[in-house]
Design a binder for this molecule. Structure first.
Ligand SMILES: [Fe+2]
Length: 218
């Protein structure tokens, strides 16, 4: 095989395309108070779309050729397009999995070690909720309560899009979607009422499980 033909060949045969399957969530997400079944159904269509596109991008990354790599460019190129949109698709998948995994609950407050950590890091539970609600109003997409491994504390972070403002040494334990599709059917532009409904339907047990796994604090 000539050098030229080798250069144009599939150089990614050893790169495995990892595929995702859409997860199934608790049936209780379809009977929430203040967040309608219609909103959830439409929202899950978007989640399925992120899974599909993530898999499509994985296939394309696995079949990149030496020719594609040689044309990598910061303005526009196949490599740039795939690498950028991979982060958007991945963000759409994992954020929605956190979101739907901890909805369908009874609201209330967390207990145990998570409650103690919130009071330690925010001064009080009420201060934590006030900060998270304000972060939700200020965001254009996602906000998170996340464990900061380096600072060893919880903090509320604003992300806007699914792949913007990444924070290092940080892993989310709670994800609130403030994109319009999460509430417009039920509340129009009244995002504050949706944010209250989010808390009213939060399953704090699920949040505590992620907190324990993420922080190692039990
Ligand atoms: Fe969403």
């Amino acid at each position: 095989m000539s050098t030229l033909r080798q250069a144009r060949g599939d150089i990614s045969k050893n790169m495995k395309a990892l595929k995702l399957e859409a997860r199934k969530f608790s049936d209780s997400i379809y009977t929430m108070k203040g967040i309608s079944k219609k909103t959830v159904e439409e929202h899950l269509k978007l989640y399925q779309g992120y899974v599909n596109k993530y898999n499509e991008i994985q296939d394309k990354l696995a079949s990149l050729t030496a020719d594609d790599l040689s044309k990598a460019n910061q303005v526009y190129s196949t490599v740039r397009e795939l690498k950028t949109e991979l982060s958007f698709a991945w963000g759409g998948v994992v954020n929605h999995e956190i979101y739907f995994n901890h909805l369908g609950g009874a609201g209330g407050k967390p207990t145990g070690t998570l409650f103690a950590q919130i009071e330690k890091d925010f001064g009080s539970y009420d201060s934590y909720i006030a900060d998270l609600k304000a972060t939700g109003i200020a965001a254009r997409g996602w906000v998170w309560t996340a464990w900061n491994y380096r600072e060893k504390r919880l903090c509320n972070y604003l992300g806007d899009s699914q792949n913007t403002y990444p924070m290092w040494y940080v892993s989310p334990i709670l994800a609130m979607d403030t994109y319009e599709h999460a509430y417009f059917i039920d509340y129009g532009v009244n995002r504050a009422s949706y944010i209250q409904a989010f808390f009213d339907n939060l399953n704090w047990d699920a949040v505590e499980t992620i907190f324990a796994k993420t922080s190692g604090i039990k």
